[in-house]
Design a protein around this ligand. Structure first.
Ligand code: ZN
Length: 109
């Protein structure tokens, strides 16, 4: 990923939401690791590979009702996050769980 392309992506995302970006996450090591970070953990949960297994699916108990409630009242900031995450993955970004950041190596090719 060239720095120029990276900045284009940051700019595009920045028009849609608040994002932090980093030019050298692993400073002073090479190759430079570029990073994009979203607030609220929206991208993190969208990037999670496996969903937690549900302990119950009855739809009637407190646990199920709470899950349904959370689903229906979720802040819509998560909407479209899945698509953005897919785009980042397609571009070669990887989720770094330790840094809570989407990262990609810089190259100038
Ligand atoms: Zn249940």
């Amino acid at each position: 990923m060239t720095l120029q392309r990276f900045q284009g992506i940051v700019l595009k995302l920045g028009n849609q939401m608040f994002v932090r970006h980093y030019h050298w996450l692993n400073y002073p090591n090479d190759p430079q690791l570029l990073g994009i970070q979203f607030p609220s953990g929206a991208a993190r949960s969208a990037g999670r590979r496996h969903k937690r297994e549900r302990s119950c699916e009855c739809g009637k108990c407190v646990k199920c009702k709470h899950r349904e409630y959370m689903k229906n009242t979720r802040v819509p900031v998560a909407d479209g996050m899945g698509r953005i995450v897919d785009e980042l993955k397609a571009l070669g970004f990887e989720w770094n769980a330790g840094l809570k950041t989407w990262t990609i190596e810089r190259n100038d090719a």
